[in-house]
Each structure stands twice: as C-alpha cells, then as structure tokens.
Design a protein around this ligand. Structure first.
Ligand code: NAP
Length: 342
C-alpha cells in the first residue's frame, strides 16, 4: 500500500537514491532539507531516474528542518505513515569538537522520534552505520561481525563520527524501548557506500573516490572497509517498510570487506590511462605522517585490519544477493569522469 514517508536529509547522497526508489514503488515522499531552496535541486536530481514523472510536484514535496532546532518537526510529521531518518552529519575530516557531530546525530534522532510519537507515526527506519557495529574489536572467538555486535562508544580508538552514529542508534533503540514501545523501528547499518551519485552534491564516500582519481596521493594506506552499493542501501530502506517482520531489527548493508587497493585496482582496470595509485604505503610511513595530519592519524587504528561481515540478513531482506561493491566504485568513478569533475 502506498505510504507517505518523511525522508530526513533529502539532499544527501543516499537519501536521493532512497527518494527515487520510494517514488518508483508508488510511495509519496516529503523530504526535509535545511533550506527549502534545496528542494528544487533534489527534485532535479531525482526526476531523470523516474519511469513516470506525472504529478511529481505533489508526490515529492519538501519541508525545512534542522537537526539542531525544534522548529517545524511537529508540522512536518502531519499525515506521515513512515519516518525515514537519514540526516546526520558525515564529514570527511573529524571536527575538533566531537559534539559538532554527536549533538546533531543524537539530538536530531531524538527530535525526529519524539515528533513521530506525538504524531502517532508507528513505523520508523533509521540510517545508522556499520561504524555502530564494527568500530571495536570482535569478541574473542567470533570470526565475523553481525547485527549483534556494537561499537563501544567509550573506546578511545573510535572517532567522533563512529561515536555519533553509535550513540544516535543507541538513543533511538532506548527511546522506542522506554517511551514508544508500539513504534516499529528498523535500522539500516550501511558500510562504506559507493555507486554513482544522482547529482554533483554528493557526500563524503564519493569524495574518497574523487581523491583517488585526482592521483595526488602516491600510495595507498593498508586499510580496507566493508563496502556496499548505494542501490542496495536504498532498496533496503524501501523493502523494510513492506516487511513488518523487520521491525526491531538492525540490518547491516554490506557486500564485503575490500582493501582500498582492491577498489583502486577495479577503477584502474576500467580507466588504465588514468594516474591512480595502487601501491601500498608502508605502515611506518603512515604512522609518521599521522603525527602531522589528523586525517591520516584517524586511520592508524585500522592499518592492516581485515574484517569479515555476515550479510545474511540483508540478503534475506532484499531477496537477492548484494551488488558487487568494486562495480559500485567503478560507477562512482565513471560519474566523476563523465561529468569532468576529476
Ligand atoms: P550526505 O550526503 O552528507 O547526507 C547527509 C544529510 O544529512 C544531508 O542531507 C545533510 O544536509 C543532512 N544533515 C547534516 N547535518 C544536518 C543538520 N544539522 N540538520 C539537518 N540536516 C542535516 O551523506 P550520506 O552519505 O548520504 O549519508 C546519509 C546517512 O547515511 C547518514 O546518516 C550517514 O551517517 C549514513 N551512512 C553513510 C555512509 C556512506 O558511506 N555514505 C555509510 C554508512 C552510513 P545538507 O545537505 O544540508 O548538508
């Protein structure tokens, strides 16, 4: 049945893909943006990907909301069936004050949930992250991360972004448990998300591919990430509202763990004439550089780390296997190259 979905952070890279898939599935989307002037930009990004654009102005509408402000949340929630909360700051560099990330993530999630409860919205999908699952070491004896694992937000090696996502997701589960037990919450926990963006206002994950394609770094650090195609991430957000049995679940969206060098090799194979680093920098060099560069320092705990992820729940929810993340990396690169952004 068509649902009216409040999609927070509609100007985001992932949210624009979610908007396309919601509209294609026949749902109505009320997107939140910080400034209403961004609404037209989001509609322009989404429109070319729709099979039917009839009445788009009434099927995709916008309201202005800020995660840090109380204004507007109750009005935004009127006549909404599903809250899909994707908005959360995701910067490339970690801020000096970690509260710049933690406050909007945690307070924003709680603002959204409180307004949903007041309006009687019973279905909520929250975009969390694998950083809320795999930020700390696996318990001894376990071989792969799954939805039962939690990042320890007090772990000193967890960065501000990881802490913001973990605390926001924990706050959401606690809110539902303690204050809204009849609210059906599902979290989607994506790994590093790749795939062609819908417009040039793309987020941090595509910036990583942009940096790779600019060829300024002569070598790559020995790090890797759980990685996933943005289309699977968007599909999971949409699929769970059609599957009540996913209520109460965390669903980790990940194809698998890929070394940064695997991603670079996939792009280099597609674009052999471009200067793309594929050699691995020695770990001691990264440690020395980390003394001077806070962005490099942030990856030091992950040097040499190889993780495994159990994606059975995501596959069962989607009803098919995950798209291959290296192909999503190549699609991201193709978008940047075709649009002459690198
Ligand atoms: P993005 O393009 O940066 O989108 C973030 C969205 O949050 C934007 O719409 C942004 O609005 C909004 N936002 C940030 N601070 C806000 C505030 N104070 N008030 C209102 N809106 C605010 O990033 P993304 O990659 O699509 O990420 C979307 C969600 O997925 C986030 O929750 C992120 O943590 C999660 N996630 C992303 C990845 C990934 O690899 N991309 C992986 C796992 C989880 P503006 O456009 O106005 O800045």
């Amino acid at each position: 049945m068509p649902q009216t979905v409040l999609l927070t952070g509609a100007s985001g890279y992932i949210a624009k893909h979610i908007a396309v898939q919601l509209l294609e599935a026949g749902h109505l989307v009320r997107g939140t943006v910080r400034n209403l002037s961004r609404g037209a930009e989001v509609a322009d990004a989404v429109r070319p990907h729709l099979s039917d654009t009839t009445d788009l102005d009434s099927r995709l509408t916008f309201v202005a909301l800020d995660l840090n402000e109380d204004d507007g949340w109750d009005d935004a929630m009127a006549d909404i069936d599903v809250l899909m909360h994707t908005a959360s700051p995701f910067p490339l560099a970690q801020p000096k004050d970690e509260d710049d990330l933690i406050r909007p993530a945690v307070d924003g999630a709680l603002r959204a949930l409180r307004a949903a409860k007041t309006a009687g919205v019973k279905r909520v999908v929250l975009t969390s992250s694998t950083v809320a699952i795999s930020g700390s070491q696996l318990p001894s004896g376990d071989t792969s991360f799954d939805e039962t694992n939690w990042t320890d937000p007090t772990d000193r090696e967890v960065n501000a972004y990881g802490r913001s996502k973990t605390l926001a997701e924990q706050a959401a589960w606690a809110f539902v448990r303690d204050e809204a037990p009849d609210m059906a919450l599902t979290t989607i926990n994506p790994a590093f998300v790749l795939g062609a963006p819908l417009d040039q206002n793309f987020g941090t994950s595509i910036r990583v591919i942009e940096r790779l394609l600019k060829g300024k770094d002569p070598m790559l650090p020995d790090v890797g990430f759980g990685t996933v195609d943005v289309q699977d991430v968007a599909a999971l957000h949409v699929r769970v509202i059609e599957k009540p049995e996913t209520s109460g679940q965390r669903i980790m969206a990940v194809d698998g763990f890929y070394a940064f060098a695997d991603i670079a090799h996939a792009i280099k194979s597609a674009y052999p004439n471009r200067k793309i680093p594929t050699r691995i920098a020695p770990n001691f060099l990264i440690r020395v550089l980390g003394l001077f560069d806070p962005d490099i320092k942030a990856i030091i705990p992950n040097l040499g780390r190889v993780d495994k992820y159990d994606n059975a729940r995501a596959i069962a929810t989607l009803g098919h296997g995950m798209r291959q993340a290296p192909k999503a990396a190549v699609s991201s690169a193709a978008y940047l190259i075709d649009n002459k952004l690198v």
